[in-house]
Design a protein around this ligand. Sequence first.
Ligand code: HEM
Length: 469
Amino acid sequence: MDSSLAATVTANSLASCILFLLTVALILVVRHEHERKSLPPGPRGIPIVGNVFDVPQEQPWATFSNLSRRYGDVICISILGQITIVLNSISSVSDLLEKRSSIYSTRPNVFVSISQALDWIWGVVFKPYGDDWRLHRRLLWRFFQPNTIMQWQSTQTREARHLLLCLLEDSSDLKNLIKLSLCRSLLSVSHGLPATRLGQQLLDDPFDAAQDAMSRGDASPSILNQLLDAVPESQVTGVTEVTAKEISAAVFAAGADTTIATMTAFFCAIILYPDVQTRAQEELDAVVGPDRLPQITDLPSLPYVKAVVKELLRWHSAAPLSLPHGVTKEDEYRGWRIPCRATVIMNIWGILHDPELWPDPDAFLPDRFMKDGSFNDEVFDPANIAFSAGRRTCPGKHYAEASLFINIASVLHTFNIMPAVDERGLPVPVEHKVTTGIVSTVEPFEYSIRPRSEAAEALIRDSTRLDCA
Ligand code: HEM
């Protein structure tokens, strides 16, 4: 072949190649446009990569809220071909995650694959919707219903008092003290173990330690030993040793970080809103008095402290985008197509900061929940959103609220939480700045935590036989 013929062939091949690529691109654009029209509204995005550039990595929940102001409460974005529907209103959450929960309750395939790769598929959090997940939920519910969480009250109260003692001795590492206290409490509930000095392996290490403790006879009553008791009847109960091990580990693994993040945010809120502290302490002084520490059973008599807990759940979203749900069957909603295998995200932060529902949403105002000195049950309960909704709603929600209540009431009863002061004696400013992640926590802030009085200090020391080592 002479060189001019070769050049012509190469030019023709190149032209065919370009034509082919242009045709493919055109087909993709037309298909993208056609598919886009049937889906809920959202930013157009670009073919193939979709909306990658529309959603920043930092606090995407705030971007979703902004997008929902423009496109409506249900928005659709596509990330590398994965259709994602973001729900930004109570009504859409109720319509899809609650009323149509039978097809909106699995986990997206990519989420399941990641958990398999990390060897976490044993956790109920990651399990796809199905019989195995149902069994785990049913068993979990047994331990965490409003009328069965009472069995954990003494552990929760003991650990809240232990936290007071640790704050009294040295409050310089607040986040770590909160973490240790809440982990101790959960590990006692899940495995009956007294301490948190465990290895990295969440599934096997606490299980092995609990079995050793049981054989020595020094494990306290726990979810694990109640489930192990059901193993001989596994034909009836469905509980095997593996199920018992997985469920107890899931409680510890899923329950700790969110509760720690919420409790840490409480200290930040109180520094920013000192009047809330004063009001709550007045209520505690009047109801609980100087001679004892609060109990979980004081809750109905402490409406303002209850309002503080509810406002905390609204103000600081520990799981701002919940966990992703997957769609198992194509659906139609308000005339839009919701494809099978789409990912559905609930914008918890967005709903709990919607100014239409919560005027001045960034302010910490427990008074939203009060009316004539009583707790106002008519106000929408933020817990119905903060813990997600539908069949996958957080099974630990009642336990978590009780934990927050006893810790917050105990701390406010005995301590004054204030801003730290700098070398000139001026208060160090604090901001409610949060991290981005599945669990969002407040960024480090400075504080001063002092006992309210010598009597409060004595009350703390008398209330626990534990030490802070
Ligand atoms: C303030 C504290 C807490 C918050 C804000 C919170 C929030 C959430 C959220 C948003 C989900 C995702 C639900 C969904 O996929 O739709 C979840 C799941 C879960 N939570 Fe919590 N949670 C908290 C504390 C706890 C505690 C204390 C426990 C255990 C006692 C717990 C156990 C679980 C489990 C096992 C799941 C997975 C449920 C499933 O996939 O079916 N959580 N939580």
